[in-house]
Design a protein around this ligand. Structure first.
Ligand SMILES: *Cc1c(COP(=O)(O)O)cnc(C)c1O
Length: 388
């Protein structure tokens, strides 16, 4: 049965985006970042599609996410970088999960490695300017030294060195140069001290496109693998990306109204002329931002705007004219966002209407909206199966 409200996720679009980014960064490798349930797209299906398309690493924020991926059969290296003293490091070491280390984690991880009698795999993180996680520059020397001592004892292996960028989505800003310089210095210091890391990594999606000098051995691609642009004023299509998620439902009610009809709570909107209103059964309970009045909805071949307040389960679009008597859009498909190639509005328009970024719009689509996967089997494989 067709789901009444669905976030359709095209896994072939994910594969396309992974291949596109891999081409750009080659010979550097690609880590597909699937935190926050794959930016709302579904962590496990996205991770599997990314690996099918050549991602050789998967990245998440939390160990719990990495454990879920391992249990689901994802076998490539998995990196988790955001921990608390309550994180289950022993489970992570047991499952062979790579751990980001900014400082305090090191002793906890070593204790876990002793417990499991198995060396931990760590990536040392330096704060080059973002001011979140990462070792302060002044403490880097001692973090590297401690990690090397533990490595000599066979308790861990320093697999990676990394940092995270703050303003790569604004390529004209010069702070990225400073971060890059600090990262190079940190890598040089670690290597001089004897670290022989497999991967040095710094770039996120914006840096993948705007700063080839940040690619090093591995890039961490998040929003780009979902086909979304990290830049203001640059579309997915201009970057060669295909948006993977389409959010859609069906028109729940359609009626002719006179001029002056008030719409939704507060009656903030009144029809300027005799018109037709269509009711769209998605609201802030489904993760559509309440403030996004004016957001686009495509019905048949026309794009209309949401008028009045967005409610918990529903919102209204004004068709702008009275439909002839007897004509109705009841039951028609209504698409909030999707790919331009299908004529759908972009996520970016919803982000603009909500005063936020496309990352947040897709990530917040609620679990109450069913995820429906297209192209779960890569096309080559499905045609082979068809030929048998
Ligand atoms: C989320 C995240 C990324 C991915 O960022 P995008 O801009 O979505 O590509 C990369 N690295 C770290 C440390 C992150 O937290």
């Amino acid at each position: 049965m067709t789901s009444e409200r669905q976030a359709q996720v095209d896994l072939e679009a994910i594969r396309h985006n992974v291949r596109r980014i891999s081409e750009i960064v080659s010979p550097a490798q690609l880590m597909a970042v699937v935190k926050a349930d794959g930016y709302g797209h579904g962590m496990v299906p996205v991770a599997k599609a990314a690996v099918e398309a050549g991602a050789s690493w998967i990245g998440v924020a939390r160990v719990s996410e990495a454990l879920t991926l391992r249990s689901a059969g994802v076998e490539v290296p998995l990196l988790a970088w955001l921990h608390t003293p309550h994180t289950d490091f022993a489970a992570a070491v047991e499952a062979g999960i790579d751990l980001g280390v900014s400082g305090w984690e090191l002793d906890h991880i070593v204790a876990a490695a002793r417990e499991c009698q198995r060396p931990a795999r760590v990536h040392l993180k330096i704060d080059t300017g973002l001011g979140r996680n990462g070792s302060p520059v002044e403490l880097w020397d001692s973090l590297v030294g401690e990690a090397l001592e533990y490595q000599d004892e066979g308790l861990l292996r320093v697999v990676g060195l990394f940092s995270h960028l703050a303003v790569a989505d604004e390529p004209q800003r010069d702070e990225t140069d400073l971060q890059l310089e600090r990262f190079r210095e940190a890598v040089a210091l670690a290597e001089d001290a004897g670290v022989d890391a497999e991967v040095r990594h710094l770039a996120n999606t914006p840096a993948i496109f705007s700063r080839p000098d940040t690619h090093f051995d591995l890039v961490r691609a998040g929003v780009g693998i979902y086909g979304l642009s990290p830049f203001q004023g640059q579309t997915s299509e201009e970057l060669g990306l295909r948006p993977a998620m389409t959010l859609k439902t069906f028109v729940a009610h359609c009626k002719r109204v006179p001029a002056g009809q008030g719409v939704s709570y507060g009656l903030n909107y009144r029809t300027p002329q005799p018109s037709t209103l269509a009711l769209i059964p998605l609201g802030y309970g489904d993760g559509v931002p309440r403030v996004a009045t004016g957001g686009p909805v495509r019905i048949a071949d026309q794009v209309y705007s949401v008028v009045g307040r967005i409610a918990m389960d529903q919102m209204v679009v004004d068709l702008g004219a009275q439909l002839p008597t007897g004509e109705t859009l009841l039951g028609e498909e209504a698409v909030l966002f999707g790919a331009a190639e299908n004529g759908d509005p972009s996520v970016d328009l919803w982000a603009a209407a909500a005063g936020t970024i496309n990352y947040e719009v897709v990530t917040r689509i609620a679990p109450s909206v069913q995820r429906v996967y297209l192209n779960e089997t890569p096309p080559e494989q499905s045609s082979q199966q068809g030929a048998e």
